[in-house]
Design a protein around this ligand. Structure first.
Ligand code: UGA
Length: 357
């Protein structure tokens, strides 16, 4: 299936800025790129129309559900440092603000491809009887969130509730696919505090900021918790296949991630530091320090100990598999951060810190 027009909500974010050019290239169709900030969206293709609006605005909901054959919804505050600091904003962004859109898609039978999150699986992979599983499965894993006072789970809970709303509308005819992305990384991810944002970004940007500033990499509780990292390019490929294969993916929840790249956060830090020193001659050796989670994130934080996706359904429905290993991904990521931030940290003069090998 080739869509005429796709609306991408959250087109100016990290994922959106990769998906929009990927969709134009794959389908050659018109894209309504919706966001409030387009700094990351470098695509200048004339088929991409930038619409500056918030997803909860009624006029925007009307416009995208009237004009598009597919709506791709990516907007959220998807950063763990926010989940317990501004939980109401997090819940609004992932649930309340999207309800009108979901309802209108259902009424108009517009295909909705909604980005949920791997966070919905919660603390670890368990089946519905509580027995451990090696991987998190869309249709057989339990969703294991912590107590209410642990507000870390506010985001996962809001995302889960919207999945349930979408599912229920699907039973009444809404054509939908829910995507659960697992730790996707790439160029332009997040921001560096004090330069183009405030607070604490996700781990990749935390580590890159620390490497660029010559500060120790902070390993929360020692960095023994595990994540499986996927290249954003692999995600874009999968998503294009989801758009293409509308009927195969209809009313499906699909994990997208790379189980081959399961590693501890400390291992990620060491790999990133090694790549940084290869690409930035003269960079000081990286240092690491363990920080208690409560000091790093404040009260209300809990972690997932391990998060490995079962991608069998994605293989079956999409004929897809993730291709990039961590060592494939890191060189262009390091180059991107160095190019974007080194002049702003160290000044424009060429020197050992600013040259990229
Ligand atoms: C977050 C979001 O909550 C997910 O929805 C999203 O799918 C995911 O990021 C993603 O990147 O795709 P999480 O993996 O917990 O989930 O977030 P990160 O900030 O990337 O943290 C990963 C791990 O690194 C956590 O265990 C965290 O405690 C640790 N960490 C983070 C450090 O050890 N040091 C840091 O400086 C930052």
């Amino acid at each position: 299936m080739k869509p005429d027009r796709i609306a991408v909500l959250g087109a100016g974010g990290f994922l959106g800025s990769h998906l929009v050019p990927g969709l134009v290239e794959r389908f050659g169709c018109a894209i309504d790129a919706v966001d409030v900030d387009f700094d990351k969206l470098e695509c200048s293709d004339r088929r991409v129309r930038r619409i500056s609006a918030r997803v909860e605005e009624p006029a925007l909901v009307e416009e995208v559900t009237r004009g598009s054959s597919v709506v791709l919804s990516l907007t959220a505050l998807c950063n763990p440092a926010l989940y317990s600091r501004v939980p109401l904003d997090v819940i609004d962004a992932s649930f309340t603000h999207l309800l009108p859109l979901v309802r209108r898609c259902a009424e108009r039978r517009v295909r909705l491809i909604h980005f949920s999150t791997a966070e919905v699986y919660g603390r670890r992979a368990l089946d519905t009887d509580g027995a451990p599983m090696a991987e998190m499965n869309e249709d057989t894993s339990a969703l294991v969130l912590g107590p209410i006072a642990k507000q870390r789970w506010s985001y996962a809970c809001a995302k889960q509730l919207l999945e349930r709303v979408i599912w229920a509308h699907g039973e009444a005819g809404l054509p939908f696919t829910i995507i659960r992305p697992f730790n996707t990384i790439g160029a332009r991810m997040d921001y560096l505090p004090g330069i183009d944002g405030e607070g604490t970004p996700r781990v990749l940007a935390c580590f890159m900021g620390q490497l660029l500033r010559g500060e120790p990499l902070q390993l929360v509780d020692g960095g023994e918790q595990r994540r499986a990292f996927m290249a954003v390019e692999d995600l874009v490929d999968a998503l294009c296949r989801v758009v293409e294969r509308g009927s195969a993916c209809d009313r499906q929840i699909i994990n997208l991630g790379n189980p081959q790249n399961d590693m501890t956060i400390a291992e990620l830090g060491r790999a990133l530091a090694a790549e940084f020193s290869r690409r930035v001659p003269g960079a000081p050796p990286a240092r690491f320090e363990s920080v208690p989670a409560e000091r790093f994130y404040g009260p209300g934080y809990e972690d997932s100990s391990q998060r490995v996706p079962d991608v069998e359904k994605a293989r079956r429905l999409l004929g897809w598999k993730p291709l990039q290993s961590l060592s494939d991904m890191l060189p262009p990521i390091v180059d991107d951060y160095v190019k974007r931030y080194s002049p702003r940290i160290h000044g424009p003069a060429p020197g050992p810190q600013t040259s990229v090998a």
